[in-house]
Structure formats: structure tokens, C-alpha cells
Ligand binder design. Structure first.
Ligand code: IPM
Ligand code: MN
Length: 353
């Protein structure tokens, strides 16, 4: 029997509630599909930081390398200044484990409301491949004369040929494997960011030559936002940098029905990957049993897919589809017609059925 060691980091806010439902569904899969998940829980997050003063303890990253994958809830605590936990935990893990791809599927499931008038599930089915270790997130820059009228703040975008190329290559491979519209769109800003996106553009068209079966296409990031609303059916795989990917995937989450269903994976194809719902820690809903756990459940499904448990992953997706089309009234917190735990029960039930 295949067995996988999984690190579980519920993190902050509603993270614990959604991760618990994700595990409920994973456990239903273990039984049905005959594999074993061996969980180790970690308390990294805001509460631990306030208690101990450290975001991640000494050796934490190396310790996490022993796992097959990491299942993460959410990072961000209202009592901790913005940036400390996000940089100290989430970005730190993405960088240190070299999870250079942030994979975010934008899929409208049947029965789910989209704010896009007249758009149907067949129109909204693409993935965003966000570069996940460089760009504006790299932390390059600094501040001078802070707090004075002469203050200068510089935040630079780092783009390496190696980092850009491996991300672009992943996107082409993904489009080929996905085998749908077979099209990769580079989302950038070549008209203004003439250094960074010139590098992206050259790498993109060079890599594209290795994939004659895949169509290529370019859109500026602002236009990408426009097309995502007006003609989402044009997209299959979008590849972009870290910052643009962050922004367009929140827009993507909205057109697929909201943060409640938006899943993601921080992927290192050669190392340890980390799966997380893309919404935040939602402090105002914490502990109320009202948050939608489907994004975490779908992320758990992506994790199984990456572990090679394809059948189980597909079963989770099918089960979520049934739950959203037959049961849930809405995907928004408090409006689902079910509590958080009941949604987990529903999906786990469909998995077992
Ligand atoms: C995301 C989040 C993070 C990001 C934050 C919490 C640092 O918004 O995963 O999209 O910007 O990457
Ligand atoms: Mn984001």
C-alpha cells in the first residue's frame, strides 16, 4: 500500500476549520482507494508567533523536507503586523522549498453562480501558472530616511533567466498534458516593464519552439483582466510573474464563484510541494463553523493528484461538483445552507458513495 507523509499547517484564522474538512475528505479517500496518509501537525502561525516571538523555529524548513507534501490552511493574523507572518512563514516556505510554480485552476463548476453574465462552465476553464519565487516578491529593495519627508522606498522586481524559463516550460508542459485548448498565454506588461517582460517574452517564444503543438498568445496584464471578464473562454493556460499572478488569480477566484472554491498548489516538481486554498485566514469568520471549506478540499484533491493518486483526486473533484450543484445554496461563508463541518461531511459522503 502506498503511504505518504504529509505535514499539516492549519495556520491562522479559519485555516484550522478548513484544513480539518480537507482531512476528513482525504481520510474518506484513503479508505476507498487504499493508500495511507500519515499526518504530522505543525502549529506555525500568528498564535505561536505571539507566544514565542518566532515565525518558524530553527530547522523548520529542513524538517519539512522529509514530507511528500504540505497541506496549509491560511496565514495572516489580525494582531500581527502585515508582512511578518506572510513573509516569515508563507513566502519563506515557498522560497526555501523552491516551490517555483503557483498553480491556480480557474474552473466554474456546473450549478455555481458566476458574476459574469451569460458565461457557462464551458467558458470558464483555465489555469494560471504564477511564478512563485521571484519578481516583486523576492524582497529586493530598501528604504532610506524612513519617516522623514525625504523618505525613499525602492522595491525591485527580480527576474532571472533560469527562474522565468523553468516557469514558462512548466506552463507549456501543463498545456500539453491538460490537452484542452492547447494554448499558453503570456501575461505581462512589455510596453512598460521593458526589462523584466522583455526577458519573459524572449524566453517564452524560445521555449514555445519546443512545443509546436501548443498555440501561443500574449496579453498585457491590464488587458488580461479585461478578457478574463469579457471572454474567459479564450484562455487555457496563462503564465505570468509573481505579482501579476497574485492579482489576476483573485479576479479568477471571483469569476469561478468566489474564494470559497479557489484552490492552489505551490509546486516544486522536483521537491516538496505545498497545497493551500488561495483565500486568506478570514478572521471575522473564525470559529463560527460558517466558512466554506471547498477550496481547502479542492487543494487536498490537487495534493493527491500530485502524489500520483489520480483516481482519488478525480473522485474529490467529482464529489465537490455534486455538492455544489445539488446541495450548496451559495459558496459564500454563512450562506451555503450548510455549516463548514456539514460541507465536509457531504463531500466525504460522496467520495465514499
Ligand atoms: C496569495 C496571498 C499571498 C501572496 C499573501 C498572503 C502573501 O495573497 O497566496 O495569493 O501574495 O502570495
Ligand atoms: Mn493573493
Amino acid at each position: 500500500m502506498n503511504s505518504y507523509k504529509i505535514a499539516v499547517i492549519p495556520g491562522d484564522g479559519t485555516g484550522l476549520e478548513v484544513v480539518t474538512e480537507g482531512i476528513k475528505v482525504l481520510d474518506a479517500c484513503q479508505e476507498k482507494f487504499g493508500f495511507k496518509l500519515d499526518y504530522t501537525w505543525y502549529d506555525y502561525g500568528g498564535e505561536r508567533y505571539m507566544r514565542t516571538g518566532e515565525v518558524l523555529p530553527e530547522g523548520a524548513v529542513d524538517d519539512l523536507r522529509q514530507y511528500k507534501a504540505i497541506f496549509l490552511g491560511a496565514i495572516g493574523h489580525p494582531k500581527v503586523a502585515p508582512g511578518i507572518l506572510e513573509k516569515g512563514i508563507l513566502l519563506n516556505l515557498r522560497f526555501a522549498l523552491d516551490q517555483y510554480i503557483n498553480l491556480r485552476p480557474i474552473v466554474l463548476y456546473p450549478g455555481v453562480d458566476t458574476p459574469l453574465k451569460d458565461k457557462k462552465p464551458e467558458d470558464i476553464d483555465f489555469v494560471v501558472i504564477r511564478e512563485n519565487t521571484e519578481g516583486l516578491y523576492a524582497g529586493a529593495g530598501g528604504v532610506l530616511k524612513k519617516g522623514t519627508p525625504d523618505e525613499v522606498a525602492v522595491q525591485e522586481s527580480i527576474n532571472t533567466r533560469k527562474g522565468v524559463e523553468r516557469c514558462i516550460r512548466f506552463a507549456f508542459e501543463y498545456a500539453r498534458r491538460r490537452n484542452k485548448r492547447k494554448k499558453v498565454t503570456l501575461c505581462g506588461k512589455t510596453n512598460v516593464l521593458t526589462y523584466a517582460f522583455n526577458l519573459w517574452e524572449r524566453a517564452f517564444y524560445e521555449v514555445a519552439k519546443e512545443y509546436p503543438d501548443i498555440q501561443t498568445n500574449y496579453a498585457h496584464v491590464d488587458a488580461t483582466c479585461m478578457w478574463m471578464v469579457k471572454n474567459p473562454e479564450w484562455f487555457d493556460v496563462i503564465v505570468t510573474d509573481n505579482m501579476f499572478g497574485d492579482i489576476i488569480t483573485d479576479l479568477g477566484a471571483m469569476i469561478q464563484g468566489g474564494m470559497g472554491i479557489a484552490a492552489g498548489g505551490n509546486i516544486n516538481p522536483e521537491g516538496v510541494s505545498m497545497f493551500e486554498p488561495i483565500g486568506g485566514s478570514a478572521p471575522k469568520y473564525t470559529g463560527m463553523n460558517v466558512i466554506n471549506p471547498l477550496a481547502a478540499i479542492c487543494s487536498a484533491g490537487m495534493m493527491l493528484d500530485y502524489l500520483g493518486e489520480r483516481q482519488a483526486a478525480a473522485k474529490i473533484e467529482d464529489s465537490v461538483k455534486i455538492a455544489v450543484s445539488k446541495n450548496l445554496k451559495s459558496l459564500s461563508a454563512g450562506k451555503m445552507g450548510y455549516s463548514t463541518t456539514e460541507v465536509g461531511d457531504l463531500v466525504a459522503g460522496y467520495v465514499k458513495a
